[in-house]
Design a protein around this ligand. Structure first.
Ligand SMILES: Cc1cc2nc3c(=O)[nH]c(=O)nc-3n(C[C@H](O)[C@H](O)[C@H](O)COP(=O)(O)OP(=O)(O)OC[C@H]3O[C@@H](n4cnc5c(N)ncnc54)[C@H](O)[C@@H]3O)c2cc1C
Length: 452
């Protein structure tokens, strides 16, 4: 059944939809899991040879939490996550701005913040249990589509399906091959040093400048200053610790998750700051230096014949300050699976067009919060922030966090599909007044000219 009680068997087709998904990150796994739950046949391809517990802290808001909960994964995921009661936000000098209470549940669901690799493993195992045909060491090098099918070439083998979903991450090949769109990432002017480590043996629990982060279960502390902010938290009852520090950096625009950072560079950023910052940062045995690049929204996420879509980071990379990149990737996957359930294989391209229509503006609004949140913290005036803590508190807005992607897709699909059938397909617009409107309009013109 759908969340609003509608029957799951809406399409009249006698055969399941066949779907190939490229990339077993959170976007690809979400699409694969929801597709199996909707009865589709799924092949999921990833070039990695075996699953490794990679990355560090990742955050899923309640809009993603309700998806995990519907899949029955709460009991597996929750013990691995941070259990936070309060967010202590300070000025760079150490004055407390706010001790913001955090609710375990918001808008009816939990937030899940934990180690990316550990949470990823749970979804990965769940996809296999549901019968996803998961193929590793499968490097996809070509995409194709015609009026009847779409497919890929993986390790030289040609595979075909009703639709293909490119969920191949921020450096997506699908984006370039499917859309004919080679985007040039621009430096955002910022980079992040990040670390995740075991508290025991790090000294963090022995130093009065850092022990409060682990000694009474999980805790969450932040500091904000001109063009820099630092966040640190513990998880699993204070067993693991992670921190991120976002700072000005115009030196390099290479994106990478594994670029090693130098601890002396990290400590230099906070040399005049509240000494608690250096005390926490210095306990990490190592850290990663991750450059943040900026991309304008793509003019479209779908191929000319609407049998191939890009989703997740391949379609719309997020700045971490939105705290929404992974959640939006999950919403994408679920929406495609529901749409395909409603369209059936015969009208599969309609479901891909409807996917873009349903998601494009919402994703862009969510993406913009990455810039507005960052600017709110990086441009805050210390005195004003202490006087008016709400001006720098974490945003907890219902339109973003209360959204139910599955329910929304069930409700929005019929009218969206009808509109496309009656009026033809038109690329979606950015929200009114968007800062990137002019650039995206130009990119769209170029894209459409090529399409003719
Ligand atoms: C190793 C790794 C570590 C990360 N760590 C963090 C973290 O600590 N914190 C955080 O907030 N975010 C992290 N991210 C990013 C985060 O997972 C994403 O921003 C978000 O979850 C959206 O995911 P996605 O599925 O769109 O993309 P991704 O998670 O990037 O997944 C894309 C997948 O596509 C596969 N792929 C790419 N090209 C091909 C190809 N040609 N053929 C077959 N497969 C292909 C990749 O191997 C990868 O598994 C990490 C991503 C990766 C890949």
């Amino acid at each position: 059944m759908s969340p609003n009680g509608a029957s799951d068997s809406k399409s009249n087709s006698e055969r399941p939809v066949k779907i190939i998904i490229v990339g077993a990150g959170f976007a690809g796994l979400s699409c694969a899991i929801e597709s199996r739950l909707k009865g589709h046949d799924v092949i999921l391809l990833d070039k990695f040879p075996k699953l490794k517990v990679l990355g560090d802290i990742i955050s899923f808001g309640p809009n993603a939490g309700r998806i995990f909960e519907r899949w029955g994964l709460h009991d597996k995921m929750w013990p691995l996550c941070t259990h936070l009661k309060t967010f202590h936000l300070n000025t760079w000098k150490g004055d407390l701005i706010t001790a913001q209470p955090l609710n375990e549940k918001e808008f009816g669901s939990y937030s899940y913040n934990g180690h990316r690799g550990e949470l990823h493993q749970i979804l990965f195992d769940h996809a296999v249990e549901l019968g996803v045909d998961l193929r590793l060491s499968a490097n996809v090098t070509e995409y194709w589509e015609d009026d009847h099918a779409a497919g890929v070439v993986s390790n030289g083998e040609r595979l075909s399906a009703d639709v293909v979903v490119g969920a191949d991450g921020v450096r997506s090949k699908a984006r370039a091959m499917v859309l004919g769109y080679f985007d040039q990432p621009e430096p955002s002017g910022y980079a992040i040093y990040r670390a995740w480590f075991t508290a025991k043996g790090s000294g963090i629990d022995e130093d009065p400048l850092s022990d409060y982060l682990v000694k009474d279960g999980d805790a969450f502390y932040g500091w904000i200053g001109k063009d820099v902010h630092m966040l640190s938290s513990s998880s699993k009852g204070g067993k693991d610790v992670s921190w991120v520090i976002t700072h000005k950096d115009t030196a390099d625009i290479e994106e990478s998750w594994s670029f090693p950072g130098k601890m002396e560079d990290v400590l230099k950023i906070v040399e005049d700051w509240d000494p608690r910052c250096a005390a926490i940062l210095s306990k990490a045995p190592s850290c990663v230096d991750w450059k943040l690049v900026y991309r304008d929204p793509l003019p479209t996420w779908i191929s000319k014949k609407a049998r191939i879509a890009v989703i997740g980071d391949a379609a719309h990379p997020f700045l971490p300050t939105s705290i929404q990149g992974a959640s939006q990737a999950l919403e994408d996957g679920v929406t495609i699976a529901v749409n395909l359930k409603l369209s059936g294989p015969e009208e599969a391209p309609l479901s891909i067009q409807a996917f873009e229509k349903i998601r494009y503006q919402r994703v862009r609004r969510a993406q913009r919060t990455g810039e507005t949140n960052r600017d709110k913290w990086h441009q805050a005036d210390d005195k004003k922030a202490v006087e008016d803590p709400k001006s720098v508190a974490l945003n907890r807005e219902e339109w973003l966090l209360g959204h139910d992607a599955e329910k929304h897709a069930w409700e929005a699909y019929p009218d969206t599909a009808k509109d496309i059938k009656e009026h033809g397909y038109h690329l979606p617009e950015l929200p009114e007044g968007d800062v990137a409107a002019e650039r995206v309009a130009k990119a769209r013109e170029e894209y459409l000219a090529k399409a003719m």
